[in-house]
Design a protein around this ligand. Structure first.
Ligand SMILES: Nc1ncnc2c1ncn2[C@@H]1O[C@H](COP(=O)(O)OP(=O)(O)O)[C@@H](O)[C@H]1O
Length: 214
C-alpha cells in the first residue's frame, strides 16, 4: 500500500494521513516534518532549509530526494507508506520513478485557495508527532494541548497569511502539474488516481478514503 497525498498546503493531507496510518498501519512520511525536525536539531541542512521555508519557497530537489530515499529504505516501510508533501515537483516525481519506487494510489485533495487561507490561520500542530488540529474545524479536546500527550500545540512559522499566499502560488506553479503527471501514470496502468473534494468535513473525507482504499 504505497500512497501519495497530493494537494495544496492546508488541503488536509496531514489530517487524513493520521486516519490512514491508523487504518492501514503504514507510516506517514512527511518531508515537511522531516525538515522541521532537522531545523530543530540545528543541523547544517536544517539551517539551510529554514531560510528557504520561511520565505515560503521549496527546498532543493536533491535534498528532499535524499531524505525520502533514506526514509523508505527503513524497515517500517516494507508494507507500504504514505507520502505527504512529496513529490512536490516533476523532477522529484521523475527521481522517484528512476529510483524504481512505484506507487499504488495517488489521492488529490481539491480545495480552493480562499478556503485554504481561512484554514491555515486556525491550524495548530504537535511538532513531535505531526498531529494537526484546527481551532474551529478539528479542535483538540483541551484548548492548545495535544490529545495524546497533553503537550503544547504550536503555530507554524510558515502559516502566516503572507507566507501561505506565497506557498499557494508555488503550489499552482510547481506542484499542480503533478495532477496531469499522475493522471497520465494512471492511464498507463501504473497507479490508481483519485480526486477528492477536500472542502467536506474531516470525517466525510476520511469515510471516502476508507471506501476508496478499502
Ligand atoms: N476537511 C477539513 N475541513 C476543515 N478543516 C480541515 C479539514 N482538513 C484539515 N483541516 C484543517 O485545515 C488545516 C490544514 O490541514 P493539514 O492536514 O495540516 O493540511 P496539509 O497537510 O495538506 O498542509 C488544519 O488546521 C486542519 O485541522
Amino acid at each position: 500500500m504505497r500512497i501519495i497525498l497530493l494537494g495544496a498546503p492546508g488541503a488536509g493531507k496531514g489530517t487524513q494521513a493520521q486516519y490512514l496510518m491508523g487504518k492501514f498501519g503504514i507510516p506517514q512520511i512527511s518531508t515537511g516534518d522531516m525538515l522541521r525536525s532537522a531545523i530543530k536539531a540545528g543541523t547544517e541542512m536544517g539551517l539551510a532549509a529554514k531560510k528557504v521555508m520561511d520565505e515560503g519557497k521549496l527546498v532543493s530537489d536533491d535534498i528532499i530526494i535524499g531524505l525520502v530515499k533514506e526514509r523508505i529504505a527503513q524497515d517500517d516501510c516494507k508494507d507500504g507508506f504514505l507520502l505527504d508533501g512529496f513529490p512536490r515537483t516533476i523532477p522529484q516525481a521523475d527521481a522517484m520513478k528512476d529510483a524504481g519506487v512505484s506507487v499504488d494510489h495517488v489521492i488529490e485533495f481539491d480545495v480552493p485557495d480562499d478556503v485554504i487561507v481561512d484554514r491555515m490561520g486556525g491550524r495548530r500542530v504537535h511538532p513531535a508527532s505531526g498531529r494537526v488540529y484546527h481551532v474551529v474545524y478539528n479542535p483538540p479536546k483541551e484548548e492548545g494541548k495535544d490529545d495524546v500527550t497533553g503537550e503544547e500545540l504550536i503555530i507554524r512559522d510558515d502559516d502566516k497569511e503572507e507566507t501561505v499566499r506565497a506557498r499557494l502560488g508555488i503550489y499552482h506553479e510547481q506542484t499542480q502539474p503533478l495532477v496531469d503527471y499522475y493522471s497520465a501514470e494512471a492511464e498507463a496502468g501504473n497507479c490508481a488516481y483519485h480526486k477528492l473534494d477536500g472542502t467536506q468535513p474531516v470525517e466525510t473525507v476520511s469515510a471516502q478514503l476508507g471506501e476508496l482504499l478499502g
